[in-house]
Structure formats: C-alpha cells, structure tokens
Design a binder for this molecule. Sequence first.
Ligand SMILES: Nc1nc2c(ncn2[C@@H]2O[C@H](COP(=O)(O)OP(=O)(O)OP(=O)(O)O)[C@@H](O)[C@H]2O)c(=O)[nH]1
Ligand SMILES: [Mg+2]
Length: 464
Amino acid sequence: MLGLFHDTIVAIATPESRSALAIVRISGPDAIGMLGKIVGDSASVFAARGGGAIYTSVVGSTPPPPRIVGDASPLLIRFTPEEGVRGSEEVVRGTVGRTIDDVVIHVYRARRSYTGEDLCEITCHGSPVIAREIVALLVANGARHAEPGEFSRRAFFNGKIGLEEAELISVKANAESERELRGAELALAEKYVHLRSAHDKLISLIAQVDAEIDFGDSDQIEIYDFDSRIAEVTSEIELLVRNSANRRENTGYFTVALVGPPNVGKSSVFNALLNFERSIVSDIPGTTRDYVEAFINVGGFRVKLVDTAGLREADESLEARGISLGSEAARHADISLRVTEPGGRSPILSDGEILLHNKIDLDSWNEGLSLSALTGDGIELFHAWLLHEFEQRSETLNQISLSESERSVLESVLVSLREVRSDAEPAILSEELRLAASRLSQLLGINVGQESLDYIFSKMCIGK
Ligand SMILES: Nc1nc2c(ncn2[C@@H]2O[C@H](COP(=O)(O)OP(=O)(O)OP(=O)(O)O)[C@@H](O)[C@H]2O)c(=O)[nH]1
Ligand SMILES: [Mg+2]
C-alpha cells in the first residue's frame, strides 16, 4: 500500500536527555532507502520484510555518501532495492567513515506500520548527541525533520488510526499523572459518545425523511415524533458544549497555595510536603519574597504547590510586589490554605480559604487541619485530607475539551437544528439535516476539517 505523502520524515521519538536508549524514527516512501545508506548492514535493511530486529552500526561519512548509478568500484556495494525503489538497480558508495553507534533497527513495511508507510525505528544509545547525529545523517540523505505529531497525522491520513484514537494518543502522551490520564480518557470517550450519538440520530432521521420523499404520498413529511427527536439531538449537543464551555483551561493538575502572615511556617509546610528543602526557611519574618512553585504527586493526582510571601504591610516595593503576586496565585488556586501558628490572631478567611494550623508541637490544636512541619506530626493525615479533596473534585479536573473550531462547528449545528421545521419542504428539510450531519461527521473524523486536525496533532510531541 502506498501512503499519501511523498517525502520522508525523521525525528527523535524519545526525550532528548541522557537515557539508556533513544529511538530515531524515519517514515516515508524512501525511509528504507535512506536508512540503508547510513548503516553497515544495509543489505539486511533493504531485505527486511518487517517484524525482526537488525543489529548493525550507523556509519557517518562526510560529505554524505552520494548515490551513484552505474559503475561499481571496490568501494561500492550492490543491492537490489525492495519496495519503493523497485524498477531500477542502484549502487551506492559503501559506507566509509567512523562508526557513530551500534544500533538495533526495526523495519515496518507500509502495510503493517503505524504510519501506513515504510517506517524504521533505530534504537541507539541514549545520548542525545548520538540520536541527533543519526537524524542529521538521514536529513543529509534527503529526509525532512518531522513536525510535532506528524507521524500520527500520517497514520490518520493513511487510514491507520481514527480521529478518536489520534486524540487518545495525544492525551496519553501528554498526561503527567495516572489520575490525569484516566480522567482525560474518560472525558474523551464521553465527547465521542455524545458526538456519535447525535450524528447517528441525525442520520436515521435523514433516512426517514428521504424515504418519505421517495414513497410518501403527501407534500409534507410525516415522521413520528419528529420534533422531539430533533430536540434530543439538540440537547445532546448542548450538553457537550455546556460541559466544555466556560471552564478553566484543562491543566490536568490541582493547584494548592499556602498563604498567611510571615513566619507561620508556610515554607516549612511546603518543604515538608515536597520532602526536600526547596523554599528557604528562617525565623526572620519576610524570608519568602517571591512565590515558589513545585509539583508533587498526591495519590496519583498531580499537584502544583505554591509557597507565597508572608502577608504583611511591606515597606519595600520588591516585597510588596511578591506579596501581591502570591495573593494573585492564591486566588487562582483550587485550594488556598491559610497557615496559622499557635498564639496567632484568628484570621478572617477570604472566600474559599481553608485554615491549616502549623506548629502543633508548640501547642496542641484540636480542630480542623493541623500539623507540625518541624516534627512531621499530622502530615500523613493532611495528605489523606488532600487526597479526599482531590477525589471530590476530580471530575472538574478533566472536562471534555473542545477546540475553538470544534465549539464553533457545534454552535452552528445548534443554530441550524433550532430552525428545522417538520412542515418545511421535504427536500429542503433533508438538505438541512444532511448539512448538520456532515458538520458533525467532520468532528468524528469523517470528512474532517483542517483546524480540528491541527488542534489534535499539534499537541503531540515531535516523533509521535
Ligand atoms: N516549632 C516549630 N517551628 C516551626 C514549624 N514550622 C516552621 N517553624 C519555624 O518557623 C520559622 C518560620 O518558618 P518559615 O517556614 O520560614 O515561615 P514562612 O511562613 O514561610 O515565613 P515567611 O517566608 O517569612 O513568610 C522558622 O524558624 C521555622 O523553623 C513547626 O512546625 N514547629
Ligand atoms: Mg516563607
């Protein structure tokens, strides 16, 4: 099967940091031909039918080996090209130069590959320098650097994955915690259930309208419960739009801010939750002058913890700025904890603030949340409380997320469905329903619009 794309793309598919192994991916009509030019055992690469691993080396040569057709010299090796370049026998100069790395290559032929075109994965040692060098060699041999999500985009266009699957891959690749992953999967499934159901209901109505046009004996269509069936479709779409609109951007994590007067131990609580000394602690009031952020994992939930500058009348403009930035961060937090200490004045809590009493080693405290950042007493209970709070709020964490273009498509479908009248001219009615259904089908990946694709694939990383 030939793919739809004429060029061959390459990218590092693993994070560009030091690791045990790294993978370079190359996909396209000439993937195998290009790879064959840079490895020691090119014959095995050309002959690969897919499925097995080839252990060989990548050999760098500068300038890259030119393709010479015709005369063979002792430096030249001969091969019979496999699929893709069939028809002409070519000879390339044998790989001369230094060995860049020993690698393992997996060749996937178009019919059975992720992208639907010839795809090779080169597993090399995990230094980013090596992986980049392999990519550079392939680019020198004619490959192009891939855009983010481009491998999956090709998989979609070559019919290897559907739109829902593509979006799911993107969600999986971006999830930073188990809870986020599960929440996002559920939200995604819900989105497609509603879309599919609205679409299918419209299709069944269109079929009935068309049957009435062909076989009915009056100028008006007579479909049982027509209006209420249209209303069902409308309310399904409305639900989808409502559940995704007016909600904060899906961050996939909760934010917890620690606020309160100086010296009550906000930074100490912050460090205790983090389990290392990230924020400076001292007995001098006003130690934290900016706000400090760090991520922790609480029972599978990803949590951004924010330590803020102590709230007080600051004479210094820098500190005042820190305090105002901290207050701003606290206002946007999902949970804002007002930290107090024994003997401190009873605070007047702002909207949504929750009291957290620190330093219980100095004085016991019987009500509400209390702990000692110094001794660790109460930290475990506090963790359990946080986890409970997150579980309660978890459905707000991953709402159905719609791009602006998806939302505007749904809104235009709603506008047209609200205008549909069962007593309209049957041919016009059929056309209106068909238009609405085709707009929905775009969102389902049938006859899909460019913007929805950009929205999905651009969220993926390079090499995906
Ligand atoms: N006894 C006791 N002392 C604590 C506890 N937590 C913090 N402290 C002490 O309280 C002082 C202030 O702690 P910080 O964590 O710097 O307080 P903060 O609220 O961040 O202060 P600012 O950054 O100035 O707003 C330090 O001397 C800490 O050692 C606690 O649980 N028990
Ligand atoms: Mg502090």
